[in-house]
Write a protein that binds this ligand. Structure first.
Ligand code: SF4
Length: 405
């Protein structure tokens, strides 16, 4: 297919696709799916080989948020039965982080619900970062605390944070439909603050919130302009008790097309398949490894992921390898001068959307026609509600049970 040959050539040159080319990737048919994955996989392997970076989420403070992000189980008015607790102590957070690192993660993502941190909160998180770094040599720490005020990014950097996550989540034109208590511009501002302070910017999206393919392309092109080092791609997890509970729009095939499009637009950036991976990709998860070079090990903020051991087995079975602590994630031209994870010349992307350090909003993916067919009565509709796959996190931080790692 000419389109795919063109996009591979551009990806190897770090040249962005046009908007129409990115849209065309999302419009490809299921007949072409493996060709799309193979093409984007060439770009992924060129910049990242067969390495998979593992990240581990620690939810420092869960629920009770005054913001109204529609996708989020921790939002104002959410009746989702999630764990609710206030700040973990540094020792508790460090213990959870150690479990993830022992499981193979190299980055720990410290996430807290809320609009943004107070200066007292920045003090608490700084102490937690110092504790984790003292106890775990070489660990990368990313903070995800919401909107930052002036000077807070610098304080987090001074405490040892390597990265900051704040997702754009969706296109500027639809942002007001999913959140009213802050703006898209607020989010862009925080990503820029983090980058200016020397933190590696992490910013991504949530697919499956009822947006169009054009919205998806717009947010990914906006992310490319912000130039983050990592882009988490979340697929909406439609939590019962949130306004988007009925948004079961995604199919595994479309999730792969979305990941491929992100890879073509951000060829040399860490693309992280994030929240909603298990719920929406389901048995096609291993194909996502040909597109994304990073994922979250184990559980998410308020929902459970598959067992950490299953993540490791999937990576090995698909012929990929877990990235070691001594390996640099980003290609040399991006990593030079980086603060641990990969710095660069221009600013990057960001958000709060449960998935990891790429978010506050346990996200999922978005839909279209079904691929059903074949008349098998047992085969589920590909984009039907799969509430059976959504499990509220009941282990790890905030409980007496060991974390999943
Ligand atoms: S995404 Fe973050 S800011 Fe928005 S409701 Fe959830 S916890 Fe609050």
């Amino acid at each position: 297919m000419d389109l795919l040959n063109t996009l591979v050539d551009k990806g190897l040159r770090r040249e962005p696709p046009t908007r129409d080319e990115a849209l065309a990737v999302l419009a490809t048919s299921d007949d072409d799916l493996l060709d799309v994955v193979a093409a984007a996989g060439r770009v992924r392997r060129h910049w990242f080989g067969r390495r998979v970076k593992l990240n581990y989420l620690v939810n420092l403070k869960s629920g009770l948020c005054p913001e109204d992000c529609s996708y989020c189980s921790q939002r104002l008015g959410s009746t989702a039965g999630i764990l609710k607790y206030t700040w973990l102590k540094p020792g508790e957070a460090s213990e959870a982080a150690a479990a993830g690192l022992a499981g193979g993660a190299k980055r720990v993502c410290l996430v807290a619900s809320g609009r943004g941190p107070t200066d007292r909160d920045v003090d608490r998180v700084s102490e937690t970062i110092r504790t984790i770094k003292e106890r775990n040599e070489g660990v990368e720490v990313c903070a995800c605390l919401g909107l930052l005020s002036d000077g807070q990014a610098e304080r987090l950097r001074a405490a040892g944070a390597d990265a900051y996550n704040h997702n754009l989540n969706t296109s500027e034109s639809t942002y007001g439909d999913i959140t009213t208590t802050h703006t898209y511009a607020d989010r862009v501002d925080t990503v820029r603050k983090a980058h200016a302070a020397g933190l590696s910017p992490c910013s991504g999206l949530i697919a499956g919130m009822g947006e169009s393919d054009a919205d998806l392309v717009d947010v990914v092109l906006a992310l490319r302009e912000l130039d983050p080092d990592s882009v988490p791609v979340n697929f909406l997890i439609p939590f019962e008790g949130t306004p988007l509970a009925k948004e079961w729009n995604l199919t595994p095939q479309h999730c792969l097309r979305i990941l491929a499009m992100v890879r073509f637009v951000c060829p040399d950036v860490e693309v992280r398949v994030s929240g909603g991976r298990e719920v929406h990709l389901r048995s096609l998860q291993p194909l996502a490894l040909h597109l994304a070079n990073s994922l979250f090990l184990g559980d998410y903020l308020t929902s459970e992921g598959q067992a950490g051991k299953a993540d490791l087995e999937m990576i090995a079975d698909a012929g990929f390898v877990v990235e070691g602590a001594d390996e640099v994630t980003l290609p040399e031209h991006r990593a030079a001068g980086a603060a641990g994870c990969g710095a660069h010349e221009e600013p990057g992307c960001g958000a709060h959307a449960e998935a990891g350090c790429g978010a506050h909003a346990e996200a999922g993916c978005g839909g279209h026609e079904d691929a059903g067919g074949c008349g098998s009565a047992a085969a589920p509709q590909v984009n039907e509600a799969r509430t059976d796959l959504v499990a509220v996190r009941r282990r790890g931080p905030g409980t007496d049970l060991a974390p999943n790692a």
